[in-house]
Design a protein around this ligand. Structure first.
Ligand code: ATP
Ligand code: MG
Length: 202
């Protein structure tokens, strides 16, 4: 599961766990983006902070892991390169890339979209406010559909949580309790992330 995780929240965690259950995945690897190619206009906390928050959030789940492959790579974080990396690690594994419905509608605009289904299945998770796009058409648009890898749909219980909303709350001094794991909330407070005045670009 890729994401900016700026910060990670319960929407991400519940989606990952639902995907693990539904597709009987052995584990879910969270991959915080280094330089997210789509997010240049937003405030993005430093990669080490986003990595550590993700680490804290997933620690209690024995099936969850974290990878710093995108953070270690120079330049923008492209999903196609990340999927190629994991596929190459072990081509005998059935890899799945978990993504939200809002992200999947933009898939044709991703870097090398025709490479995505070459290396992994896609799981498109429902997200409040985003209707399921026509997944078949999307799969065809990116050159897949008939091959080994498919685009799958996953209904996740509605959790209208977003990192944008959490950052907005922190800017306005509002509580983020129960939107993120407690350890993440404590880390944000301790490091003064996202507060008004703390948002210089890094
Ligand atoms: P931002 O508001 O800054 O865009 P975000 O909450 O969308 O942040 P991302 O890091 O952009 O978080 O999301 C990573 C992945 O998780 C994306 O594929 C996104 O669609 C998915 N996702 C995020 N929040 C939810 C949610 N509440 N339910 C289902 N999927 C989600
Ligand atoms: Mg997003």
């Amino acid at each position: 599961m890729g994401g900016t995780f700026n910060p990670i929240h319960y929407g991400h965690l519940v989606t990952a766990e639902a995907a693990r259950d539904a597709f009987q995945l052995d584990r879910v690897i969270f991959i915080p983006a280094g330089q997210p190619p789509h997010k240049t206009e937003k405030y993005v906390a430093a990669a080490n902070h986003r990595y550590l928050m993700t680490f804290l959030a997933i620690a209690p789940n024995v099936h969850f892991e974290i990878s710093q492959v995108e953070i270690d790579r120079n330049g923008p974080s492209y999903t196609s390169e990340t999927l190629k990396y994991f596929y190459t690690l072990d081509p005998t594994v059935e890899w799945y890339f978990i993504t939200g419905a809002d992200a999947i509608v933009e898939i044709a605009s991703w870097h090398s979209p025709d490479n995505i289904l070459r290396y992994a299945h896609l799981i498109a998770a429902s997200r409040p406010g985003y209707a399921f796009p026509r997944l078949k058409a999307l799969a065809q648009e990116i050159g897949g559909g008939e091959g080994r890898h498919q685009v799958h749909q996953l209904e996740v219980p509605a959790l209208a949580i977003s990192s944008s909303d959490i950052r907005e709350r922190l800017r306005n001094g509002l509580s983020i309790k129960y939107l993120v794991p407690e350890a993440v909330e404590q880390y944000i407070n301790k490091q003064h992330l996202y507060a008004e005045g703390a948002m210089q670009r890094t």
